[in-house]
Design a protein around this ligand. Structure first.
Ligand code: KG4
Ligand code: ZN
Length: 361
């Protein structure tokens, strides 16, 4: 009998539920996206997000159970994202999970969303191909591993020495990289979500026309949470630089985008700069800690240039989950939840959401 988890994820703007066997086999993976709802605001609008989660959650969970072909009796536990994320959104998923655990007498496992992104690399891809970590496991221990988590809410570089053992090596001291993509896309009138829009515009732009200078970041940055400044990131300077470029080139009084604005060159130069910064620090960390593989996750890992830069430099394997597993989903919470469950982790029904949850807590 497999260890079968129902997993729920509502930390941001996707209402998601999945059924996962043994932390790797996806029986179902249902995602109701709110992209259309947030498009007109150019970003996620928290109050609308929680209301949309409430409306969608019961149907999404039902669909995940139905598509899995699994019975409620065959479940071993329910895993749910307890943080980090938007408080009003997290509450919807956590309350749903608690309700199911109470009604079906199942154990509850609260999962860190970032841990979910890391464990997306343990999931079998479509067609049942085993992932890089499974291939490493077949040869012995896959650890140490380095995870780069890059999304609309996160930019974290994490050293993983064993299951459940994380060391935060670096993070952003201001905007998350996906947030910077979204903001620059909005300034350039490219639409939401910004990452794919910038990538598209950059295809016909000159990435070397504008130079975005590399941010100098030291541990004096008030938000720094790490032991060394070597792997800190900052993206707000690049965003401001893009705004100045638009002003300087637009020939309009209010600095808005006009037909003179070299939109594609700005998009390409911005993308070139931020993906270089991410790739360089990731490569340095991978070499320093002699990791066996680099696991890249979060929405920004869909970026083609970032993928190319990471793959071009590496002596170690770089793992990218299939696109559907890079962005927020519940299957990854089922994978992380499985390993926590097997370690004996259990939460009680008094579990609360932790919007600023850190890895390893
Ligand atoms: O992981 P995700 O779906 O949600 C969270 O933020 O947790 O990531 C969404 C982010 C958005 O900021 C979006 O602009 C960015 O991922 N993104 C990309 C690309 N596709 C999505 N950024 C750069 N290049 C892309 N191709
Ligand atoms: Zn995420």
């Amino acid at each position: 009998m497999p260890v079968r988890l129902l997993a729920i994820e509502t930390s941001c703007d996707e209402t998601a539920a999945a059924v996962v066997d043994d932390g790797c086999r996806i029986r179902s993976n249902v995602i109701a996206s709110q992209i259309d709802l947030h498009r007109r605001y150019g970003g996620v609008f928290p109050e609308l997000a929680s209301r949309a989660h409430l409306e969608a959650i019961a149907a999404v969970v039902d669909q995940a159970m139905q598509e899995s072909g699994a019975s409620w009796e065959s479940l071993s536990a329910v895993a749910v994202t307890k943080g980090p994320g938007l408080p009003g959104s997290l509450v919807v998923g956590v309350n749903m999970a608690k309700g199911i655990c109470l009604a079906r007498d199942l154990p509850l496992i609260g999962v860190n969303h970032l841990e979910g992104h890391i464990y997306s690399h343990w999931l079998d891809a479509d067609g049942g191909q085993t992932s890089i970590v499974h291939r490493l496991e077949a040869l012995g221990s896959p650890f140490p591993l380095l995870a780069l988590i890059v999304s609309g809410g996160h930019t974290e570089l994490v050293l993983m020495r064993d299951h459940g053992k994380y060391e935060l090596l670096g993070h952003t001291v201001d905007d998350a990289v996906g947030e910077a993509f979204d903001k620059v896309a909005r300034m350039l009138n490219l639409g939401y979500p910004g990452g794919p829009a910038i990538q598209r515009a950059a295809q016909t732009g000159n990435p070397h026309r504008f130079k975005f200078s590399r941010p100098r970041i030291s541990l004096s940055a008030k938000t720094a949470r790490v032991a060394s400044d070597a792997f800190l990131f900052s993206f707000s300077g690049a965003k401001t630089h893009a705004m100045h470029l638009i002003r300087e080139t637009s020939r309009s009084a209010n600095g808005a985008v006009t037909r003179y604005t070299p939109v594609n060159d700005i998009a390409a130069s911005f993308q070139e700069a931020v993906t270089s910064w991410l790739a360089e620090k990731t490569i340095q960390a991978a070499e320093l800690y002699r990791v066996k593989a680099v696991l890249v996750g979060g929405g920004v890992s869909a970026n083609k240039l970032l993928r190319e830069k990471l793959q071009a430099h590496f002596g170690v394997a770089v793992s990218f989950p299939p696109l559907a597993l890079c962005t927020d989903n519940a299957a990854m919470i089922g994978a992380a939840g499985y390993f926590a469950f097997m370690r004996g982790a259990r939460d009680d029904l008094g579990m609360d959401v932790v919007p600023d949850l850190k890895l390893g807590m």
